[in-house]
Design a protein around this ligand. Structure first.
Ligand SMILES: Nc1nc2c(ncn2[C@@H]2O[C@H](COP(=O)(O)OP(=O)(O)OP(=O)(O)O)[C@@H](O)[C@H]2O)c(=O)[nH]1
Length: 816
């Protein structure tokens, strides 16, 4: 029974060993067949092998096994269907034949159902076989007239018995195993790899040892020699590539590269990332040039504003962009309103003018774009963000009021931005107006009219009456011609945000100025740190437009968030890249805020100068009186350290205001206040923007500090802080330690490391350090208010009862 179990399981190996393969009919069948074939003693043809794996097998040791009424293994539906019934009879003493469960028992097409033929089958088979042989022999004897002898073997005759050897009436199943023909002809690759699915019989033959010996004796294959490809002329690499990546670029084996690096003193493996130096050394060793592949930084939209990238051939003249600046009430709004009413652009008649922060005026068919910035601070704020969009500044000065602080501020802002200034001397219609005085005043600020040998254009106007306003526009266009303002309308649009807000119904609404290219509705854009797709586009008259050419201000919707004034925008190839760029920029902005450090501070000036290779140190000066401003500016301009000078960006009388702070931020300047303080707003803004503000009351201190900071020798500033007031009560004299003063802490405290100032009758008699501090006989570190204690003073032994002692410490002043 135990043996039977062994065969019934899936232990194929054991089963294979136990059931030897049969290549011919069993002896009993052969004998039986011989008898049937008229007593012929010849056995059946040895050329008809038994099925190998698929054929029914006999079990060894099956003797005495109980039979199930003539069925194999008690499976009535399957047993004996492909064999004569007597095969399942164990009367010959042979083991029972088992069949695979999955086999079909029905005869296939072209096969004879032997289960019906019963006893005659073998007899017929032998007879037919014999006839076939005889026929074949006859054919072979006659010289074949038409077909070769082998051909009839594949005859399509209805009688399968007439087929060639090995096929016959058993459908060939006895010759090579039941389905062998089907299996051999069928394509067995089902997974599309083009490789044959391995079969069980494809296993290598022979023992391992035999195969090893055979392999040794077999003629040795020549190793395939890789055809050596030439090295590239330039190795274009990315930092972080590993040996494997480099091997592909260099057309060299990884092993060779690893070996080379090893000889160069660099131990690595093929997957380890290599730094820039290593790759360059390797390339040099191969004798080729190495060049780092520049990866396109999607988030860097500033590259689109690079003038070098502009195609000169496509450039077309564009409208100038003008900003109007000036002192309060000098007539900026009046001038803008006049222009808006009278010089409206063609096509917008009847349109409702709306404030979008910019608009266009027309003169003789030429357009001028005016930016309606709310003030100098906003102008400079935009510049701080990189939007240097103004081509020309119109400085409005009232002829009846002359040059005022904000006039000077405006001049400095415009100069810092590097834009030419056209002076509009306004209110000339007014009584008491003195335009010539204004011209004289402005000459002190390097604004010299042409008639005095300068290059500044002055136009005397009345914004209210519209007098000479056209002349002003003409001068603007003249200046624009000098500047040769051009743009390429063919490229994807790019420009800057003039103003932006959140509209309840429309979401983020922004006014943008197109600087290059043409902006279309539907364009995917990245704007500052946000992105979107242009949903609607309107001009300043509220009219929907489909496209905007260079120097055109338009109001757009469709952005995801509200950008900031001065942010730049760029049209991207698709929405996906716009989104990627916008998200990356937002991420970087957050990181920048986290790691932000101040612009220029005196404390870090020396390092910043070196890091940024600064040629000048920008400074904003504010002082209480004009004399101080001039003295301070004069002294600051004289400072020169290693070729680096001080650049006074703005100097004025008065408190430090927001405008000063934003100018300092835009110019990366520090602010020096002489006898002045900042306004609360300016103070908050400076703190937020991390602007360094320094306050002095002695000019030399300011000059010394700036010089020292530029030399990197700025000493830390210490401030005295009184921590306690002490009254000396009595003296105790000791021969060994000298005189100890007994005292009481009247206010605050005294510590062991505090300094002491001894005041007698209102006069400081000694200023020095404590030598000892004790309570009773114990030395202590600190004595608090109300307690008695004893102390001695270093290098001073003349202390007296009634002396007043100030205990103080020197505290480092943190930079503001
Ligand atoms: N007579 C006369 N008055 C003018 C002229 N231009 C402006 N004004 C008047 O000056 C006053 C101030 O003018 P605005 O245009 O508001 O001055 P502003 O510079 O825009 O002032 P802010 O917006 O406060 O900075 C108004 O009452 C105007 O009517 C002018 O050419 N002639």
């Amino acid at each position: 029974m135990a043996e039977e179990k062994k065969f019934s399981g899936s232990n194929r190996k054991t089963r294979k060993m136990a059931v030897p393969e049969r290549k011919e009919l069993p002896a009993s069948q052969r004998r039986h067949a011989a008898k049937l074939a008229d007593g012929a003693a010849k056995p059946a043809s040895p050329a008809r092998p038994r099925p190998k794996s698929n054929g029914p097998r006999k079990e060894q040791g099956g003797q005495g096994r109980p039979q199930n009424g003539g069925n194999n293994g008690g499976r009535p539906g399957q047993s004996g269907s492909r064999r004569p019934n007597n095969r399942s009879n164990n009367s010959t003493g042979r083991p029972m034949i088992r069949e695979k469960k999955s086999w079909s028992t029905k005869p296939r097409e072209g096969q004879i159902n032997y289960s019906e033929k019963k006893d005659d089958s073998l007899k017929e088979y032998v007879a037919e076989n014999k006839r076939a042989k005889e026929a074949a022999a006859k054919k072979a004897a006659k010289p074949a007239a038409k077909k070769p002898a082998a051909k009839p073997a594949v005859s399509t005759t209805a009688k399968p018995a007439a087929t060639s050897e090995g096929k016959g009436r058993f459908g060939g199943s006895l010759a090579s195993g039941g389905n062998s023909q089907r299996n051999n002809t069928r394509k067995r690759n089902t997974n599309g790899t083009g490789q044959q699915t391995p079969r069980r019989n494809d296993k290598p033959h022979g023992s391992k040892k035999a195969r090893r010996i055979a392999a040794k004796q077999a003629p040795k294959k020549q190793p395939t020699v890789r055809k050596e490809q030439p090295l590239p002329e330039v190795l274009e690499y990315k930092v972080g590539m590993n040996v494997q990546d480099l091997s592909k670029l260099l057309h060299r084996d990884t092993a060779e590269i690893i070996k080379k690096l090893f000889l160069l003193g660099i131990v690595t493996n093929q997957n380890q990332s290599l730094d820039e130096d290593t790759i360059e050394i390797l390339a040099a060793d191969y004798g080729i040039e190495a060049k780092q592949k520049e990866e396109e930084d999607l988030a860097d939209i500033d590259r689109f504003f690079d003038d070098a990238a502009v195609n000169e051939e496509n450039l077309e003249p564009r409208a100038p962009v003008v900003t109007i600046m000036g002192h309060v009430d000098h007539g900026k709004t009046t001038l803008l309103d006049y222009l808006r009413k009278t010089n409206v652009t063609a096509g917008e008649a009847g349109g409702i003018t709306q404030h979008i922060g910019a608009y266009q005026a027309r003169l003789d068919g030429r357009l001028i774009t005016f930016l309606d910035t709310p003030g100098h601070a906003a102008f400079t704020e935009m510049r701080a963000r990189g939007a240097n969009i103004t081509d020309i500044t119109v400085l409005v000065v009232a002829a009846d009021d002359g040059v005022q602080p904000q006039t000077i501020e405006a001049i400095n802002h415009a100069k810092a931005a590097g834009t030419p200034i056209i002076v509009a001397v306004n209110k000339i219609d007014k009584e008491g107006a003195n335009p010539d005085q204004v011209i004289n005043q402005l000459m002190a600020y390097d604004l010299v009219p042409e008639e005095y040998g300068g290059s500044t254009i002055f136009v005397k106007i009345s914004a209210k009456m519209g007098q000479n306003v056209d002349q002003l526009l003409e001068m603007i266009l003249l200046e624009a011609d000098v500047l040769e303002l051009k743009a390429d309308p063919t490229v994807p649009a790019r420009g800057s945000v003039i103003e932006a807000r959140l509209d309840k119904g429309r979401g983020p609404v922004s006014t943008v100025l197109v600087q290059q290219g043409t902006l279309h509705v539907g364009d995917p854009v990245v704007v500052g740190n946000t992105y979107g797709r242009i949903r609607t586009m309107q001009n300043e008259n509220g009219q929907d437009i489909k496209e905007a050419k260079p120097a055109t201000p338009v109001q757009i919707t469709g952005l995801n968030e509200v950008p900031s004034a001065g942010d730049r925008f760029v049209v991207m190839a698709d929405e996906k890249s716009a989104r990627a760029a916008g998200e990356e920029r937002a991420k970087r902005a957050r990181e920048e805020v986290r790691n932000s450090s101040s612009v220029v501070t005196l404390d870090t000036l020396f390092n910043t100068m070196a890091e940024k290779a600064m040629k000048s140190v920008p400074v904003v000066v504010k002082a209480d009186v004009q004399g101080s401003v001039e003295a301070l500016v004069g002294s600051l301009k004289k400072i020169e350290v290693d070729g680096v000078k001080v650049d006074v960006v703005h100097a004025a009388v008065g408190a430090i205001n927001e405008s000063d702070v934003s100018l300092a931020e835009a110019s990366g300047a520090l602010i020096i206040g002489f006898n002045v303080r900042p306004t609360p707003f300016a103070k908050n803004q400076a703190q937020a923007d991390k602007i360094d503000m320094r306050f002095y009351s002695v000019i030399y201190d300011a000059i010394d500090d700036v010089t020292a900071a530029m030399k990197g020798k700025l000493e830390p500033v210490y401030e005295e802080k009184v921590i306690g007031e002490i009254e000396v009560k009595e003296l105790f004299k000791f021969s060994k330690v000298g005189t100890i003063a007994g005292a009481t802490v009247e206010e605050g405290k005294i510590t062991k490391d505090s300094k002491v100032r001894i005041v007698r009758d209102g006069t400081v008699v000694f200023d020095g350090e404590l030598a000892s501090l004790q309570r009773g006989k114990d030395a202590v570190n600190e004595v608090k208010f109300g307690y008695d204690f004893g102390f001695t003073v270093n290098k001073f032994n003349d202390i007296k009862p009634g002396d007043h002692v100030e205990a103080y410490i020197m505290e480092e002043v943190k930079p503001k």
